[in-house]
Write a protein that binds this ligand. Structure first.
Ligand SMILES: C[S@@+](CC[C@H](N)C(=O)[O-])C[C@H]1O[C@@H](n2cnc3c(N)ncnc32)[C@H](O)[C@@H]1O
Length: 314
């Protein structure tokens, strides 16, 4: 069984605060990734762990046809309201309810690290992609470069012991962990780098409300009480009063050379590994001459539609 039944109620409990206080600040982060993936009118995009669907909305503005999936019913309800024409489903990213080769691009922003089997989640992403399609998977960079670690440490003592095999915010943030996951799922790593990821709020109370809406904080509140979580978050947010508000500096890091269209430095971005799903030989196309391949509409380039992939293998 996947992790959706555990994670869904946690992330859905304060869906309004998540969608109004935290998600909007991530817009530059989504845009940077969509630039890197070349999301546009020809794209059929799937975003897994789509949360309240802001990323889907931004991809739609670029002309893409979009679909999303998330474990949290309440977040999916917000996502459907924001994306009335999209196919947004409640489900488990470890068992996607879509046929093989349905999409031409896929993203997952800060969600795969919560899966009980992240490799299964990425294999599922690969399965539902047209071979050769770009995919971006993002997670936090190393805790030592992320002030968000202090937020998580503050509530860490209020959490019950984790269930066996459970993921968590920094589960894929160790050196090489995300890259190993990507390659282990049969995807090719094509992009990495390092970018700042600040979280900024106008005041301590707003910062506390925003961070109390995360899955780990909701779990801590269920175990230790809402007041204990509020106190712990208030203490840590007071330490980060800066620039007339609250600001947490978070860095995201990866390691190989910059790709030709990487997310811009200075954008909001999590640690990321992007890859392409290897092409499968189609019996209709395999072994044919170039003329016969053209006549049968077989793809000749490394990406769907013969376009050059914006995320070449590294
Ligand atoms: C940190 S939030 C990120 C949400 C959104 N991608 C964003 O950028 O705001 C993690 C999301 O992953 C979802 N999630 C966690 N485990 C999941 C699973 N097994 N299947 C589907 N969604 C899952 C949660 O419900 C939550 O919406």
């Amino acid at each position: 069984m996947g992790s959706a039944s555990v994670q869904g109620p946690l992330w859905g409990a304060k869906a309004q605060d998540w969608s109004e206080l935290t998600e909007p600040g991530q817009q530059p982060f989504y845009e940077a990734v969509f630039d890197a993936l070349g999301i546009g009118p020809d794209t059929r995009l799937l975003d897994v762990g789509c949360g309240a669907g802001l990323a889907l909305q931004l991809a739609t503005k670029r002309g893409a046809t979009v679909a999303g999936l998330d474990a949290a019913e309440e977040l999916v309800a917000v996502a459907r309201g924001r994306n009335p024409d999209a196919d947004v489903r409640v489900g488990d990213l470890e068992q996607l309810p879509f046929p093989d080769a349905t999409f031409t691009a896929a993203t997952s922003f800060n969600a795969v690290q919560y899966a009980s089997d992240p490799t299964a989640a990425l294999r599922e992403l690969r399965r539902v992609l047209v071979p050769g399609s770009p995919v971006a998977v993002l997670t936090w960079g190393p805790p030592e470069r992320s002030e968000m670690r202090d937020v998580l440490a503050a509530i860490g003592g209020l959490l019950p012991p984790p269930p066996p095999g459970a993921g968590g915010p920094f589960a894929l943030s160790g050196p090489g962990a995300l890259e190993a996951l990507v390659t282990g799922a049969g995807l090719r790593v094509g992009v990495d780098g390092e970018v700042p990821t600040p979280y900024a709020y106008p005041d301590v109370a707003t910062a506390v409300r925003a961070q109390a809406a995360t899955g780990p904080a909701v779990r801590a509140a269920a175990h230790s009480g809402e007041a204990a979580v509020t106190d712990a978050l208030t203490a840590v947010m007071r330490r980060y009063r800066r620039d007339g508000g609250v600001r947490l500096e978070t860095w995201s890091a990866t390691s190989s050379p910059a790709p030709e269209r990487a997310p811009r430095a200075g954008s909001w971005c999590g640690r990321r590994a992007c890859g392409t799903a290897p092409r499968r030989a189609s019996p209709r196309c395999a072994g044919r001459s170039p003329g016969a391949r053209r006549a049968r509409g077989c793809r000749s380039g490394p990406a769907p539609g013969g376009r050059r992939s914006p995320l070449p293998a590294g």
